[in-house]
Design a protein around this ligand. Structure first.
Ligand code: GCU
Length: 572
């Protein structure tokens, strides 16, 4: 991992890349199944008139990076397979200030291989976490060819696996940069606050590890030497939802210097309450997919983040569930700035091959990427290791392993997973999913009045768990087509959806922790309609999940106001 990249000197490789669509993977695998040594990664040009080279990147179309390929070319909308990306760069004589260079990829869905000047350097699996490849000594002055093979195939032994209720956007979906650093540099440096209010942190120096790291918080008059894991005896102004206080941070080692902006807050549970900075805090949330505010493409960058989160702020939310995978770093940094609490999640979603050790290894790797990149973000209060996985001994062992791993990486935040709920035929719901014993918060997806249960009696339902922990509704809701109006009993109308929300709010009001219940928060499904291949109802869904409070183009539905007025009741 190479962290704090957004604060580092880098050469952006964003923009158009020439691409070759390669459904049969001929660019890598020869007809005998071995590696094709004249493959596309060589970026060859005919050397003489009789030289048979059956591809040419320069004459091939382009795709813009960052971005998914599905929405950039209609013929790739449903494409699942390999696409080769190629960028040629000219390196100037005085290009690099540092002695070492890394290729940093914000995200590539799903599996990607990196080649420079025809040499294969690295493979990465996982479509949502960042990774870096060292290129030191390979980028001398002159022209170089960077080729990245990306495939977004769905496989049973991948994470996520074969099915999801979101579009399987493929490609280099986040920024690609060459990061320029000194011989000795800070590969990772983080700061956070534990539940007891202690400021703790850690550093990972790459290069001369004997060099000491200096940490400065100018606004707090702190300038001290730190190394590895440490504790700072300070009592900084707190970051709090709605009042986000951020402190400037400067890390120095040798010739390396990297800055950051960090908030400090405590988060813990107390019985069935979630407590932030010692204050019982009801999570007024909304779930969000990483899909752009309009155009139905994969979201990336600061503008998409500001717009989506701006809608959440308008809703009166103090919490966002970033579903179901690691979102762009710009998203969590915007949560820090906007004072929104955040839930970060792994795409361990629905049917996963829990019995396979190599799949657990993938999940652990993705968890490392999730935690290491974002553990300095005050806004992030939850690490979620899964969503809607059917209980089984293999599954619970797999997820408990991840819960323990998350705590080992970061003991300062809450760990949870979104649990499935099933119709019981009773209005009394007792959550006893065995995973509830391992997590800090019992987070449940419930769809009363939509997938099951009777809409009219939603308010009569009660929710408890056998664990005496806070309950958060990580999903609830129903669909409506924006602009489709009609009777409150007519499904897909805005009136139906709004009614559903009113009834759920009534149930939550009655069942809130501190009000005799155990409900400590909610993040209804979902802020915005989003693309989903399993949603095919013509005239209504047309490839979109319609449970958004706003349409795919940002039009607000009636339910937006219903939830907004409920959140308005909470006077901060
Ligand atoms: C599930 C799932 C979501 C999905 C939603 C729905 O609960 O977690 O990813 O989109 O239900 O059915 O709309």
């Amino acid at each position: 991992m190479l962290n704090n990249v957004l604060q580092r000197r880098r050469r952006s490789l964003d923009g158009p890349w020439h691409v070759i669509v390669d459904p049969y993977e001929m660019g890598y695998i020869g007809i005998l199944g071995d590696r094709n040594d004249r493959g596309f990664f060589r970026d060859h040009k005919p050397r003489h008139s009789a030289d048979r080279v059956e591809y040419d990147f320069d004459l091939s179309p382009t795709l813009v990076v960052p971005g998914d390929w599905n929405t950039q070319n209609e013929r790739l909308m449903y494409y699942e397979g390999t696409v080769w990306y190629r960028r040629r760069i000219m390196v100037a004589a005085d290009e690099w200030r540092g002695d070492r260079q890394f290729l940093h990829i914000g995200a590539a869905n799903h599996t990607s291989r990196v080649f420079v000047d025809g040499d294969e350097l690295a493979t990465h699996s996982g479509g949502f976490g960042p990774y870096a490849v060292e290129l030191t000594g390979r980028l001398d002055p002159g022209e170089h060819s960077i080729v990245i093979q990306v495939d977004n195939r769905r496989e049973l032994d991948r994470i996520p696996a074969l099915r999801s209720d979101w579009w399987n956007f493929g490609g280099l979906t986040r920024s690609v940069d060459i990061v320029d650093v000194p011989e000795t540099f800070l590969r990772d440096a983080w700061l956070t606050m534990d539940p007891s209010g202690r400021v703790i942190g850690g550093t990972t120096v790459d290069g001369d590890t004997g060099e000491s790291v200096r940490l400065e918080l100018p606004g707090l008059g702190v300038s001290t030497v730190v190394n590895g894991q440490f504790e700072l005896d300070i009592d900084p102004g707190r970051w709090h939802p709605g009042t986000p206080v951020l402190h400037d941070v400067v890390w120095k080692v040798g010739n390396d210097e990297v800055t950051d902006s960090v908030g400090f807050r405590t988060v813990e549970v107390d019985g069935t309450d979630i407590v932030v900075n010692g204050e019982q805090t009801f999570l007024r949330g909304i779930s969000i997919h990483a899909e752009a505010p309009s155009g139905g493409r994969r979201a990336h960058g600061p503008e998409d983040a500001e717009t989506l989160l701006g809608w959440a702020v308008d809703l009166g939310a103090n919490f966002v569930r970033l579903a179901h995978y690691q979102h762009d770093e710009h998203m969590v940094r915007a949560c820090d700035r906007l004072g929104l609490l955040a839930w970060a999640e792994l795409p361990v979603y629905w049917g996963i091959a829990f019995e396979q050790p190599e799949v657990l290894a993938q999940a652990r790797q993705q968890l490392d990427e999730l935690v290491v990149r974002d553990r300095s973000r005050a806004s992030v209060i939850f690490w979620s290791v899964a969503n809607e996985t059917l209980p089984s001994p293999e599954r619970t062992a797999f997820l408990t392993d991840l819960v323990d791993h998350a705590r080992a990486l970061d003991p300062t935040r809450l760990v949870s997973a979104a649990l499935l709920t099933f119709p019981t035929g009773s209005n009394e719901h007792i959550i006893d999913d065995p995973l509830g014993a391992a997590v800090d918060v019992v987070s449940i997806n419930q769809y009363l009045g939509w997938y099951y249960g009777d809409r009219e009696t939603i308010a009569d339902n009660t929710w408890r768990s056998v664990f005496g922990k806070p309950i958060v509704f990580t999903e609830m809701g129903g669909g409506a087509k924006a602009g489709h109006h009609g009777d409150v009993d007519e499904i897909w109308t805005e009136e139906f959806q709004a009614d559903l929300y009113r009834r759920h709010i009534e149930m939550i009001r009655a069942g809130r922790s501190g009000n005799g219940g155990e409900i400590a928060g909610m993040s209804p499904w979902i802020l915005k309609d989003f693309r989903a291949p399993v949603r095919v109802l013509p005239g209504i869904q047309d490839g979109y999940n319609r449970k958004g409070l706003v349409s795919e183009e940002g039009e607000r539905k009636l339910a937006f106001e219903v939830l907004q007025s409920y959140y308005d009741e909470f006077s901060d």
